[in-house]
Design a protein around this ligand. Sequence first.
Ligand code: ATP
Ligand code: MG
Length: 430
Amino acid sequence: MLKILVVDDDKNSRDIIKLSLENSYEVDVALNGVHALELIRSKSYDVVICDYVMNEIDGIEVLKKLRKIGSNAVFILITAFGSSDIAIKAIQEGAYEYLSKPFKMSKLKQIIQNVEKGLNESKTFNETNKLENDFDDQVIAESSVFLETLKDMARVAISDVPVLITGESGVGKEIVAKSIHRYSKRSKYPFVAVNCNAIPGSLLESELFGYEKGAFTGADKGKPGYFEQAQKGTLFLDEIGDLEFDLQVKLLRVLQEQSIRRVGGIKDIKLDVRFIFATNVDLDKKVQEGKFRADLYYRLKVAEIRVPPLRERKEDIIPLANYFIRKYNTFNREIKLSNKAEKLLLRYDFPGNVRELENIIRASLIKARYTGIILDEDLNIKEEFVKDTITKEDILQVLEKTRNNRKKAAELLGVSRATFYRLLRRYNID
Ligand SMILES: Nc1ncnc2c1ncn2[C@@H]1O[C@H](COP(=O)(O)OP(=O)(O)OP(=O)(O)O)[C@@H](O)[C@H]1O
Ligand SMILES: [Mg+2]
């Protein structure tokens, strides 16, 4: 039987929750955060349901402290209505779910049933599967720059307006789009992602709009398109800048009318869909060049979220790297970044952004699996994008000092031999 702890300094809410759960679960109550932590120290709970606003310490503090003392209880935070910043913070700190007041007891029960199911399943899951599940769509954010982006995200998530996500390739546009969906009221319904440049134009129309039987040769039965598949949920149209002109016109009409007609169909189908668009090209420029319709562009960019490139938020690099190590480490031992590897990552410009970091780490793990340490030379980076703080003069100086002893020179500069040789090549020093 699941062991549940309910934490709330309001007796009424505490009692209501306890009453409605105690038939099916073992339920304890804590009068406040401090009391909760006391109980957690002496007993292991599967689920902690905790109010956010409490005297002394708030719900998020309880969550942080509980993790510090080693509890991995599933944490459900109860927040005041509309405080999505706190909700997002909670999720980032490792909360499983949040509920905004007022909520239905049936909703809470549903969540706990899911937890129960998940816990049972995870016992029979093999290790890799479990990993993949745990890591699904987790968003790592440490830098204030990216946290700001997430706040923008939280603000638009609670509304239903279309969102345009911009940013270089690999910055995390899709992961932001998924988070918007997850934090929105549509989260229980589908998130449908369509990459507009992966499907040829002629096909894209029937994929998006669906078609009726006999609409074209081969259409021997009707099929709903992505628009309909996303009903009640979110449709994510990626690489929107690549949409062909006539489809731009059709999309604009869909946005204006909130309805579609299948290819070959005669009736209009009402849509209840939230749109998120993404692009890594400069749409403004495309509009100026006449390649993207201005009217559609203005419609898309009602709410714009720019995801900053990784080089503008260096504080995220190491946390992301460590996250990817955990995500891809299947080698049954702890693997860590060496100091020098960390330094190299911090100096690197990441033209391919987070996706590039992910690939670099994944590849480095294979090399580090025997030693448990990722060295700077294990990182497969592109030389020309390393920002060197060591100048050519520095190198010439230490070489002179050490009488061209490269090993010693590298030591003096505090870099690995591999890095030192890289610098020599870079500055054309023989
Ligand atoms: N903040 C983050 N936390 C964890 N993983 C991240 C984060 N940002 C990006 N990633 C991961 O990096 C990879 C690239 O992210 P994503 O696909 O969202 O980028 P994108 O901007 O859509 O890229 P593209 O323009 O190439 O389509 C994904 O595997 C994603 O899970
Ligand atoms: Mg993408």
